[in-house]
Design a protein around this ligand. Sequence first.
Ligand code: HPA
Length: 245
Amino acid sequence: MTRVAIIAGTGFDQLEELVVEEELSGGTRWGAPAAPVQRGSLAGKPVLFLSRHGHRHEYAPHAINYRANVQALKDAGATAILAVYTVGGISAGLAPGALVVPHDLIDYTWGREASFSEVDNVIHVDMTTPFDNGWRQRLLDAGRACTEPGDPAVVDGGVYACCQGPRLETPAEIDRLERDGCSVVGMTGMPEAALARELELPIAAIALVVNPAAGRGGISLPEMMNIAAAGRARILRILAAAIHG
Ligand code: HPA
C-alpha cells in the first residue's frame, strides 16, 4: 500500500501520536535505516513514519545513513516525503516559534554518502526546485488552516542552509550563510532531499525555528523547550491536514 512518509528528527524521535499498524524492520541494500519504518495513521491519516536520528536519537547528523533512510521509505511504498526540520533562525523576521516552508537550500555538508549513483548508474538529478511545489502548497494551505490568533504565521519560502554539525555554527559562519541568502540553518536536510529526488520521491519540508542562529540573539533552555513543544503539536496538526486521505 502506498502512503505519504513523514521523516522527522529532533523533538520527534518518538511519535506517540502515531497509531502504529506495523513496524517494517528490514534493512536496505545501503544498510539499516535509523529506525524501523512505521506504518500507521496520524490523526486518522494513513502515513509512514521514520525517526531520522533513531528512536533514541542515537545517530548524530553527520552519522545518519541517509541512503538507508530514504531507500527504506521508498521500499515501504512511500509516494512522497514530508520532512520536518528543527532549525536556527538567521533572517531577522524568523524568531523562535516561526514555521518556514523552504523553497530552496544550500548544502554545506561534507563526507556524507550523498548519492545512489554507482558505477554504470550515474544519476544527475535536477535540483532547480529541490522542494516539490505541489506539496509545499499543501503544507502552506494546511499551515494557514492550523493558524490560530497569536500563532506565528507559516512562512512561504526560505533558503535552508544544511551545515555539517553536530556542533553549532560560529557567528561568522552564520554571517556568511546570511550573505549567501540563507534564512534558516539545520544539519539534516541534505543529502536527504537530493536522495529523495534520485528515487523520484517528491519532498517538501516544514522547519521549526527553535533558536536564533549564533550571534543573532540568545534563548534560555526552558524557553526553547516550550517553543519546541508548541511547535511540535502545531506541526503534527499541519502534517495531518496536508495529507488528504
Ligand atoms: N544551527 C544548526 N542546526 C540547528 C540549529 C542551529 O542554530 N538549531 C536547530 N538546529
